[in-house]
Design a binder for this molecule. Structure first.
Ligand SMILES: Cc1cc2nc3c(=O)[nH]c(=O)nc-3n(C[C@H](O)[C@H](O)[C@H](O)COP(=O)(O)OP(=O)(O)OC[C@H]3O[C@@H](n4cnc5c(N)ncnc54)[C@H](O)[C@@H]3O)c2cc1C
Length: 235
């Protein structure tokens, strides 16, 4: 059952020009599964609340982190002005975009932009726990500047050879290894040749998730039992 608590901001981290992570103070009692989400809001404005995936892993102790694309909305502006020791009302944990709810030995993640947040949590958890699960991530962004957690994934790949990250950008970037274009059936086949043996986790804006699901089902004949989805309603 989710619980609601007032929690202090511990640290704010700039991830990209328009994405920030917010780390909240958390004792040992704060339990969640990698890939779950929370509902964050402000005590003095109960209507201002948003669902946000937890981007940290249960193996990272002393804090719980969510990561938000900062838009012009009132919620984003309030969030953007938060400082350490400010308070948020947080309801957590929620969601079944987890390996516990969808066990697999071989996983493929398809993600776009800010949709990387629960996937970062799951990958960090699998790498830290040394579960030996085979992880392939296809991560699409407009430009190199939009890639969230780029350094994190580079470190994780060095720690865990079973984690492979395939970047996809709308335009090429000198010296950066990536595919150019949109994620499509051919790209998935080429980057993940054993795709029929994998459980797919899709996360991003609803239009992207729906499109990816259609490609998997109709063009690549992946069975729907092997597709797990999290749509970021609101984008
Ligand atoms: C399970 C889940 C996990 C998410 N995780 C993240 C995350 O990790 N990082 C992140 O940046 N965003 C995440 N989102 C999206 C987030 O909840 C916001 O919807 C999004 O950030 C836009 O909010 P905004 O205040 O920036 O923009 P706004 O301009 O307020 O929102 C854009 C429009 O979407 C509407 N809207 C907002 N939330 C919803 C909703 N839940 N359902 C339908 N319409 C809505 C608003 O009313 C507005 O019309 C997640 C959403 C869901 C459902």
């Amino acid at each position: 059952m989710p619980i609601e608590a007032e929690i202090r901001v511990k640290e704010v981290i700039h991830r990209t020009y328009n994405v920030k992570s917010f780390r909240l103070e958390a004792g040992e009692q704060l339990e969640f599964k990698a890939g779950q989400f929370l509902l964050a809001g402000f005590k003095d404005a109960p209507e201002l609340k948003r669902y946000l995936s937890i981007s940290s892993s249960p193996t990272e102790k002393g804090f719980i982190e969510f990561t938000k694309k900062i838009t012009n909305s009132e919620f984003s502006c309030r969030l953007n002005s938060l400082k350490p020791s400010d308070l948020l009302i947080v309801k957590y944990p929620m969601g079944k975009f987890t390996l516990e709810d969808n066990p697999a030995k071989k996983v493929a993640f398809l993600s776009g932009g800010i949709g990387i947040t629960p996937i970062r949590s799951i990958c960090k958890y699998v790498v830290d726990k040394n579960f030996g699960i085979d992880l392939d991530l296809v991560y699409a962004n407009r430009t190199i500047k939009d890639i969230v957690f780029r350094d994190d994934f580079e470190i994780m790949q060095k720690q865990c050879p079973k984690l492979k990250v395939h970047h996809v950008l709308c335009e090429s970037s000198p010296g950066f290894s990536c595919k150019v274009g949109l994620i499509n059936a051919l790209m998935i086949k080429t980057e993940i040749p054993d795709y029929l043996e994998r459980k797919f986790f899709l996360c991003g804006p609803p239009a992207m998730v729906d499109q990816m699901c259609k490609i998997l089902l109709e063009e690549l004949l992946v069975v729907k039992e092997n597709i797990v989805m999290e749509s970021f309603q609101g984008y």
